[in-house]
Write a new protein. Structure first.
Length: 395
């Protein structure tokens, strides 16, 4: 009897919890898309919204398709360069709309060629984006932020020391990728599986993407659209600290790869390192991973595990990890802790990392040790932070 009751009530509870998360997230939504002069930014609109904007100025539906191609395939930002559109219409569009990018406030390049951008958005708030080129081939990952700051405060993470300022809008999320591609001159969008320099997106920058699901999902639909940027869902990975009620939804609607910031295998320790664990403990998190639809042998779930010296790096931890994830098509990314000003942990020793990796690998899970990239410019995992603050509400 109790078991049946649980089975019946869990979906309702999950749905209610999901609604609560979405409602709370909306409180942190970005300002609207209109500029001070009244023009509207076309970036970040869905195809239907773009068509509606054009219909409002009397343009037929095929214009939306045409503009989509110019904006997201060609990377055009200037209506006057859209050669398939007649001059009078170009001028009319320029009066009503813009195709904007976030402003590059600063740009730094690491000794290992990792590049970090500090982007400033229209309201002056800032977030960081990192491009990590592959060491061997002409491709690389763009690490994108989903929020300015973060509500969660994982103990080892620099972003966690910055309170949540606001969510990034779909335009700002897509805009980070588009502006990074501007910097590398990678327009028009390479077709299909053709190698590209900016070849994958990892939602692993500042913020918790599943606490800004609506904007993240909209942005990912835009980058996946096959008449534009056309990035395959297999080339996109969303990392979450474990917002369980939103994981199923992301899996069903987006089908992108999932990375889970596990970092500890016992609830007492994970409660401390990743405080969200108090709400969604390890057993619930692992159950959500088992349900994740895009997990198959070809597309495994990535478990991220930060290696903290003497904290979570014992052989017993490694054996418990293997037991927890048994049967899940998974790999385990071991991330040597990246220090930041004021951080309280040390990176595990090389032998400790090697022992840990061996145990995980022997159990049949790939266990690559993440090569720290861009540490010298504070661009590595968990080192991002900006000076943006939340304006105090008026007294
Ligand atoms: N908020 C999401 C996305 C951030 S991804 C999440 O937490 O999953 C960034 C990854 O780097 C996460 O796995 C995060 O736990 C990890 N990380 C945070 N601080 C780190 C640090 N100082 N050193 C190494 N990895 C860190
Ligand atoms: Fe937020 Fe992720 Fe950093 Fe935790 S690790 S504080 S969830 S950005």
């Amino acid at each position: 009897m109790p078991e049946i009751m649980t089975d019946l009530t869990v979906p309702d509870l999950t749905m209610a919890e999901r609604e609560r998360i979405l409602a709370k997230s909306a409180l942190f939504d970005p300002p609207g898309v209109a500029l001070a002069d009244g023009r509207r930014d076309l970036i970040g609109l869905s195809r239907a919204e773009l068509a509606a904007e054009l219909a409002a100025i009397g343009e037929p539906a095929f214009r939306a398709k045409q503009l989509w191609h110019w904006i997201y395939h060609q990377g055009a930002t200037d209506f006057s360069r859209m050669s398939s559109i007649a001059r009078p219409l170009q001028e009319k569009l320029a009066e009503k709309f813009v195709i904007a990018r976030p402003e590059v406030a600063t740009e730094q390049t690491s000794a290992d060629n990792t590049r970090k951008f500090l982007f400033r958005f229209r309201d002056g708030q800032e977030a960081e984006t990192v491009y990590i080129p592959d060491r061997m081939e002409d491709r690389g990952a763009v690490c994108i932020s989903s929020q300015v700051g973060c509500t969660l405060s994982c103990r080892f993470c620099h972003t966690g020391t910055q309170t949540l300022v606001r969510n990034l809008g779909a335009a700002e999320i897509v805009g980070q990728f588009m502006a990074a591609r501007d910097a590398y001159g990678e327009w028009p969008s390479p077709k299909g599986e053709t190698p590209r320099l900016l070849s994958t997106i990892v939602l692993m920058g500042m913020g918790e993407p599943l606490y800004n699901y609506a904007n993240v999902a909209k942005a990912m639909h835009i980058v996946m659209d096959n008449e534009g940027i056309s990035l395959s869902r297999r080339r996109i990975t969303l990392s979450t600290s474990g917002v369980v009620p939103m994981m199923d939804r992301a899996g069903a609607e987006l089908g992108i790869n999932l990375a889970v910031s596990l970092h500890a295998v016992r609830d007492d320790l994970r409660d401390e390192l990743v405080p969200l664990n108090r709400k969604y403990p390890i057993a619930e998190l692992i159950a959500a991973c088992r349900r994740y639809p895009a997990a198959s042998n070809a597309r495994r779930i990535t478990f991220e595990y930060v290696m903290l010296r003497g904290v979570n790096d014992s052989e017993a931890d490694a054996r418990e990890l293997v037991r927890l994830i048994a049967g899940i098509p998974a790999k385990v990314n071991l991330i040597p802790f990246n220090p930041w000003p004021g951080s309280a942990y040390q990176t595990s020793t090389r032998p400790a990392i090697a022992r840990f990796a061996r145990i995980v690998n022997d159990a049949g899970f790939a266990s690559p040790v993440r090569d720290p990239r861009g540490r010298d410019i504070l661009a590595a995992c968990g080192q991002l932070r900006t000076d943006s603050r939340r304006a105090r509400p008026a007294a």
